[in-house]
Design a protein around this ligand. Structure first.
Ligand code: NAP
Length: 294
């Protein structure tokens, strides 16, 4: 049996570590971390995600502010809201939930967020700092994966890490983090995408396989080396009439057959997913304590 990399348990651990730090800050009379989330429109999934983030803030003792704006809000108005939060000394971290309505430029809004408050790690300043190996807010999903590898003491130095997917929020930053001169890191990294030829040949050479392709159960056992560490970022809802909810969640990896070959693997659900909120809380704590931009 492979080691099951438990993201739920790890994220609960991180949340209790953060809650303990908040209790210390409170006892010292210091500034309680404060996260502001901006939500535009009524998209169901976005409301759920933002709701979970605000609830997690409460759980660890942070303060939080949720700013809700109509779907029709103009780009200018949204930029003004972001700027007001940038200037508000009471707020340490700021996230703007994506996606945004089509008439609003994600680039303009992202670029408006003050890097010191960019706890999602999406601004060019933070991506650049991460790439240079400087202190930075690392985006939640890649940060969560790095933390899982670290807490499960997965050996990475000198290993061949193959990443499937080159999105700005997962695959690309993951490839940079795994190649850096640090732990986890020091891997020889291959970043693959939809134009990659002979993908199974490449994935079969991976000691560590990180899958962020967005295709249900794409990675099968014949694509994986015996003893590989497999990290499944994908998350898909599929109909399942045997479940009370009517659906179940699956990843980008065909779990049962790949688990039979892997030395360690993240499940879906309960792997990478739960780590994202813990990462956001951690970045907000860093922001409040001025640990990244000093
Ligand atoms: P994305 O933006 O859709 O990127 C998918 C990547 O996969 C692209 O780079 C694409 O290549 C590549 N790709 C597509 N078909 C391919 C193929 N046949 N062979 C090799 N590469 C291929 O996805 P994402 O935002 O990174 O998300 C990936 C998955 O992770 C999704 O299921 C998403 O829901 C999930 N996710 C989960 C979390 C979490 O917290 N667990 C967080 C974020 C995302 P091109 O660049 O050439 O198009």
């Amino acid at each position: 049996m492979p080691i099951l990399i438990d993201g739920k348990k790890t994220s609960d651990q991180i949340k209790s570590e953060i809650a303990a730090r908040v209790a210390e800050i409170r006892a010292e009379g210091g500034k309680i971390p404060h996260l502001a989330a901006v939500l535009v429109g009524n998209d169901g999934a976005s409301q759920t995600y933002v709701g979970a983030k605000v609830k997690a803030c409460e759980q660890v003792g942070f303060e939080s502010t949720l700013v809700r704006l109509e779907d029709e809000v103009s780009e200018e108005e949204l930029l003004k809201v972001v700027e007001d939060i940038n200037q508000n000394p009471a707020i340490d971290g700021l996230i703007v939930q994506l996606p945004l309505p089509k008439h609003i430029s994600v680039e303009k809004v992202t670029n408006k967020i003050k890097p010191e408050k960019d706890v999602d790690g999406f601004t060019p300043a933070n991506v650049g700092r991460m790439t240079l190996g400087w202190p930075a807010y690392v985006a939640a999903t890649p940060y969560g994966i790095v933390e899982l590898l670290k807490r499960y003491k997965i050996e990475t130095s000198g290993k061949h890490c193959v990443v499937i997917g080159r999105s700005h929020i997962v695959g690309s930053p993951m490839s940079i983090l795994m190649a850096r001169n640090d732990y986890p890191g020091n891997c020889t990294v291959t970043l693959t995408h939809s134009r990659t030829k002979n993908l199974p040949e490449i994935t079969k050479a991976a000691d560590i396989l990180i899958v962020a392709i967005g295709k249900p159960e794409f990675v099968t056992a014949d694509m994986v080396k015996e003893g590989a560490v497999v990290v499944d970022v994908g998350i898909h809802r599929i109909d399942d009439s045997t479940k009370k909810s009517g659906f179940r969640l699956i990843g980008d990896v065909k779990f049962e057959e790949v688990a039979a070959k892997a030395s360690a693997i993240t499940p879906v659900p309960g792997g990478v997913g739960p780590m994202t909120i813990a990462s956001l809380l951690y970045n907000t704590l860093l922001a409040a304590e001025r640990k990244v931009f000093q």
